[in-house]
Design a binder for this molecule. Structure first.
Ligand code: CMC
Length: 427
């Protein structure tokens, strides 16, 4: 059987190669489609389009599988650390002890920000959403670190990648400190990546800050769960921005802007707000009915996923982590009970069963982050912090690909055809 896909367009038959990856669906290579047929494909939302070749992350949405470089998210979140997963994503293999130590040391050495950036923060209103600050400050990094923006130089790419991963916690913590009117806390390189972030966020210069190991481990796990997720909207944004040759700081700022939306990274904030609005288990049926009503724009936030149509493996790990954190912090959050009951009720409802809607990673993360002490406005910031490694790894993969081209989708034009301009006094 030929390994080609045939397309009959008009009276002609055209043949296109079918390419196979290491696992997952084959793809029809339509790069010559326009040249051969004069037609484009039409795929709003890119639901059937593979936009690139990638060896980083594999998802099987029907089976609820998520692999980074071949390793399952369950194993990584149970046994690994965010630093190790970052190394894995960037380099393709798990590090030896010496390699991990060296990588962690390198990242640690880049955690400080140029001092002038502290002044930059003061240009924002105190009530600015921290994601607005993140877009601005991360984009501004290219104005401070010119010495690593030559994307054709692999060393520049490596240094800017390390800088982005290392400085993101500092930038995020400073965005929080600015919003609550507390002094910025400088990094402490004797702490872990996540411990340092907790101290910069919740520590104050007036007293010592002791990192709670349960919280540190839970947050590190949350970072692992968010590290990469193949060609999602923000990653595709980073790749598209990077395809023009834009510098990595500008590309990651573009990714942050995309992540902010409530259908993507903003869903964890929206999910917790929704759970608070529901408030008590007796109100759940009302909200489930609203989610099912086609005339009501309300959706169950933290439910459904473009790719996962069975369950989101990250949600399972997250649900377990909620229990650990609430127990360790002795927090009795009634919202957790609402979340558990809402999940159970929705999973037994024919609407959600038929449409294959399951809790996603964002359904439970808000409860943990809130118990740790983060305000809801910081939730997407934490997502951005963790996803930076995925964005950076995907960006590096794209730039190193000799076949890389500027991204330039086409369209199905439905506007007016050519017509004559009518002068103002004749309209
Ligand atoms: N509540 C109620 N109905 C839903 C929901 C929901 N959360 N999600 C999808 N549906 C329905 C939708 O109305 C549609 O029904 P119909 O076929 O009758 O028109 C059907 O399910 C398919 O929905 P879709 O919007 O075409 O599916 P999609 O794959 O384009 O969207 C999604 C995926 C994540 C945007 C969507 O499920 C959603 O809006 N969920 C809530 C927001 C959310 O939790 N987002 C976080 C995603 S995970 C983190 C991340 O990747 O950033």
């Amino acid at each position: 059987m030929s390994n080609d896909a045939r397309l009959i367009a008009g009276n002609e038959e055209h043949s296109f190669p079918v390419l196979s990856g290491s696992v997952g669906p084959d793809v029809i290579d339509i790069r010559k489609l326009y040249a051969q047929t004069g037609m484009f494909t039409y795929d709003p939302g890119f639901t059937s389009t593979a936009s690139c070749e990638s060896a980083l992350t594999y998802i099987d949405g029907d089976e609820g599988v998520l692999l980074h470089r071949g390793f399952s998210i369950e194993e990584l979140s149970e046994n690994s650390s965010f630093m190790e997963v970052s190394y894995l994503l960037l380099n393709g293999e798990l590090p030896s002890k010496a390699e991990l130590d060296d990588f962690s040391r390198t990242i640690t050495r880049h955690t400080m920000l140029h001092e002038q950036l502290a002044t930059f923060y003061r240009g924002f209103r105190r009530d600015a959403h921290p994601m607005a600050i993140m877009c601005g400050v991360v984009g501004a990094l290219s104005a401070f670190y010119h010495d690593s923006t030559d994307i054709s130089d692999p060393l520049h790419r490596k240094i800017s990648s390390h800088r982005l991963i290392a400085k993101m916690p500092t930038i995020a913590a400073m965005a929080y400190k600015y919003s609550v009117g507390q002094p910025f806390v400088y990094p402490d390189n004797s702490l872990s990546y996540t411990g340092n972030f907790l101290r910069m966020t919740f520590g104050v210069p007036a007293e010592p800050y002791v990192v709670n190991p349960v919280v540190e481990q839970a947050l590190d796990r949350i970072f692992i769960l968010h590290a990469d997720h193949e060609q999602n909207a923000s990653t595709s944004t980073v790749r598209l921005a990077g395809s023009s040759g834009a510098n990595p700081f500008a590309c990651i700022a573009a990714g942050i802007a995309c992540l902010w939306g409530p259908a993507h990274g903003g869903a964890n904030e929206a999910a917790l707000n929704m759970l608070k609005e529901i408030g008590t288990p007796d109100k759940i049926p009302h909200y489930i009915e609203r989610a099912k009503d086609k005339n009501d724009p309300f959706r169950l936030m933290g439910f459904g996923h473009r790719v996962y149509k069975n369950y989101d493996p990250r949600a399972t790990v997250m649900q377990k982590t909620v229990r650990e954190v609430l127990t360790a912090l002795k927090v009795n959050d009634p919202i957790f009970e609402v979340a558990l009951q809402l999940e159970e009720m929705a999973l037994n409802d024919p609407y959600f069963i038929e449409k294959k809607l399951f809790p996603n990673v964002d359904f439970y993360s808000g409860i943990i982050l809130s118990a740790i002490g983060f305000p809801t406005t910081m939730f997407t910031v934490l997502f951005a912090l963790a996803r930076t490694v995925g964005w950076v790894a995907q960006w590096n993969e794209m730039i190193s690909d000799p076949g890389q081209k500027i991204g330039r989708p086409r369209q199905l034009y439905t506007g007016p055809t050519a017509r004559d301009y009518v002068p103002l006094d004749k309209r």
